[in-house]
Structure formats: structure tokens, C-alpha cells
Design a protein around this ligand. Structure first.
Ligand code: SF4
Length: 361
């Protein structure tokens, strides 16, 4: 039975009022899951056609797995100098682009490790090479862009501008994990505090670029810290929208930490389906200025991915033609286009294909 304050908060959400951090935490801790689903769906429907769900055909391309940031949760990287580390060749990139276009795909979500052996000019060449192949480049996590800014000497804004001129289309929000100092220090001390992630996105928004906001949760953070993460994202999105220059986060994507093959294996339980759905629903309600929320069926599986469409998500994300990072930790699902259509219709929605910045195709 919902308490009166839970009812009051849910009524406020249904009425379209913005909720505060304490209210979000209260919903996390006390709201009935089905009540959250209804409130999240009402918020979703204020931003999106209630009857339709989108998806994108792209692939996650990791141009290098060499990295000197050594995040404790990462099962993907090899240290500089390790002979197992790789850098994709131009021929391999071209082949991946052709395969992607052959199945109706439009873009690459491209991220690497932070590879100290690559010069600044490599990144300009990489994005222009892909752009010239007709691929939308949704590229680079903030920690890579911070490293590029050090190499280029152009500052964050100048670096982003040069990348955009060379062909960078938009920026994925990878590497946010949980935007709370305590958590980031514990799990990825060399990545820097939350401000390192936020300042890259802020510079991109100031240039009118589109980005996504993400969260990897279930890695020692408290519920209050999840809400803190939502708060900094919502404040940043408010600032972006106030600029009215087209920049800002298009979507929020959250997925649970996969601990396989990391130092955390066996020490942390993977969040349950119910916890995932609760997190997504509170995110949808609190992040009232984010147009889209993506279902993470890639980590949660198809059925939970479908259920998330009734907990505030309006997008099924990518077909996942290729994924290397989550699969290195042991969990990754993929589907073909027909299966994606069946997943969306099976959940009761019409499907539509989008590009990496949510334009219909
Ligand atoms: S998560 Fe990214 S930055 Fe961290 S170790 Fe892995 S590849 Fe490097």
C-alpha cells in the first residue's frame, strides 16, 4: 500500500510537476513498482508518441583496446605494451562500415581505450575516414576527448570543434558510470571526478552538439548517489536547453554493471530485473528534460528490455551488430532487424528506425 507522501509525489508526477531529489529518493525506496511504471509512462508520453518505439542500426566499434586508465570494472582493455592489445586497421574499419551499411545501418558508436601511442592527428583522420564512407560518427567517451585535448593543445572547445569539422557527428556518454566523486574515486581513480565527464559534455553542448547521458549502476553506489547522478545530468540538460542552439543530451541510457572477469567478480550481485526497472522508471520521472530513455536489452535480455518499454523507455537502442566491452565481462545479447521489430511489436508498440541523433529514417 502506497503511503500518503508516495501518493502525493506520484500525483505530482502525473500532473506534470518536476520532482526534487528527496522525492526521487523516496520513490526509489518506497513506491510500488507498478505505480512507478504508470508515472514513468505518463512522463514518457509527454515527450514521445505513446504508440511508437524507436531503434537504431549501428555497431559499437572499439578502434583500440589499449588503455592506460585501468578502471577496476573494465574487462576490455589491455595495458600499453601488452602484445594482445590491438588497433583496428583502416581496412578493418572500412569492412565494418560496408557491413553496417549493407544491413541498413547508419552509424558507428566508436570508442577506444585511452591509447597513449596515438597522435592527435589519428583521431581527425579516423572521423573523416568514417564520414567519407557515409558513416555517422557517434564518437568518443569524455575521457578520450580529455586526452585528445591534452594532445591537441586546443582546449576542450577547440578540440571538439576540430573533431566536428573532421566529421564527428555526436558524442556518446560512455564512461559516466556514477557521477559522484566517492564512487568514481573508488572504481576508476585515474578517470578524474564527475566534473571531467561533465565539462566535456558542457563544451559540446555550448557548440550545439548532441550527446547522450549514461549511468552504469550496481557498482557500490547508494540509491542517494544514483539520484545525485540524475541531478547533475538534469541540471546540465537545463543549461543546454537554455542555450537554444540545438546542443544537449538526446537520451539517457542506464545499464547494470557486469562484473565478470573484473576484480569485482563474485563481490557484487548484478541488479535484479526489478531493480533495473525501478531505476529506469525513477530516471524517466526525474529526468523530465530528457527527450528519450533507452532500454538496455543488451545487458538485461530481451524480455526485460521489452518490459522497460512500460517503465518509461521509448527506445530500444541498437541492434548491436557488434559489441566488445560488455561482452568482455560476460553478458551481451544481439538481434537482427526482424527480431527487433518483433520485440517492439510484441511489447505493444509500432516500431520506427532512427539515426544516432533520433532523426527518423
Ligand atoms: S572503461 Fe574505458 S577508460 Fe576505463 S579501462 Fe576500460 S577502456 Fe579504459
Amino acid at each position: 500500500m502506497a503511503s500518503s507522501s508516495t501518493v502525493d509525489i506520484l500525483d505530482a508526477v502525473l500532473g506534470g510537476r518536476r520532482i526534487g531529489e528527496e522525492e526521487a529518493l523516496h520513490l526509489f525506496q518506497h513506491a510500488d513498482l507498478l505505480d512507478l511504471a504508470a508515472a514513468a509512462t505518463a512522463t514518457r508520453n509527454r515527450h514521445n508518441d505513446p504508440a511508437r518505439v524507436s531503434y537504431v542500426i549501428d555497431r559499437n566499434v572499439n578502434y583500440t583496446d589499449v588503455c592506460n586508465v585501468y578502471c577496476s570494472f573494465c574487462a576490455f582493455y589491455h595495458k600499453p605494451g601488452d602484445p594482445r592489445g590491438y588497433l583496428l586497421s583502416w581496412d578493418q574499419l572500412k569492412q565494418k562500415a560496408e557491413e553496417t551499411k549493407a544491413v541498413g545501418g547508419t552509424g558507428f558508436l566508436i570508442q577506444g581505450g585511452v591509447n597513449p601511442d596515438l597522435p592527435w592527428t589519428y583521431y581527425l583522420e579516423l572521423v573523416s575516414f568514417l564520414r567519407d564512407l557515409g558513416i555517422w560518427v557517434h564518437g568518443f567517451s569524455p575521457v578520450e576527448i580529455q586526452m585528445m585535448a591534452r594532445l591537441s593543445g586546443l582546449g576542450l572547445s577547440g578540440t571538439l570543434q576540430a573533431l566536428r569539422d573532421a566529421g564527428l557527428g555526436s558524442i556518446p556518454g560512455g564512461g559516466a558510470e556514477v557521477l559522484v566523486e566517492r564512487v568514481r574515486k573508488r572504481i576508476a581513480p585515474l578517470k578524474g571526478g564527475p566534473e571531467k565527464w561533465l565539462e566535456v559534455m558542457e563544451a559540446a553542448h555550448a557548440l550545439g552538439m548532441k550527446t547522450t547521458g549514461t549511468m552504469m549502476f550496481g557498482i557500490t553506489e547508494t540509491l542517494a548517489e544514483r539520484v545525485e547522478h540524475f541531478r547533475v545530468l538534469r541540471e546540465q540538460q537545463d543549461r543546454a536547453l537554455a542555450r537554444v542552439n540545438g546542443g544537449g543530451h538526446t537520451a539517457f541510457v542506464a545499464w547494470p554493471f557486469q562484473s565478470g572477469h573484473t576484480v569485482w567478480a563474485g563481490k557484487l550481485d548484478k541488479p535484479t530485473d526489478a531493480e533495473y526497472l525501478r531505476t529506469i522508471a525513477v530516471a524517466r520521472i526525474y529526468l523530465d528534460n530528457f527527450p528519450h530513455i533507452q532500454s538496455s536489452w543488451v545487458t538485461m535480455g530481451r524480455k526485460t528490455g521489452q518490459m522497460a518499454l512500460h517503465y518509461g523507455c521509448d527506445d530500444m537502442g541498437s541492434l548491436m551488430l557488434e559489441e566488445n566491452v560488455v561482452s568482455a565481462a560476460g553478458t551481451c545479447y544481439s538481434v537482427n532487424r526482424d527480431e527487433m521489430h518483433r520485440l517492439i511489436s510484441g511489447a505493444g508498440f509500432a516500431f520506427w528506425q532512427r539515426d544516432n541523433i533520433y532523426r527518423p529514417l
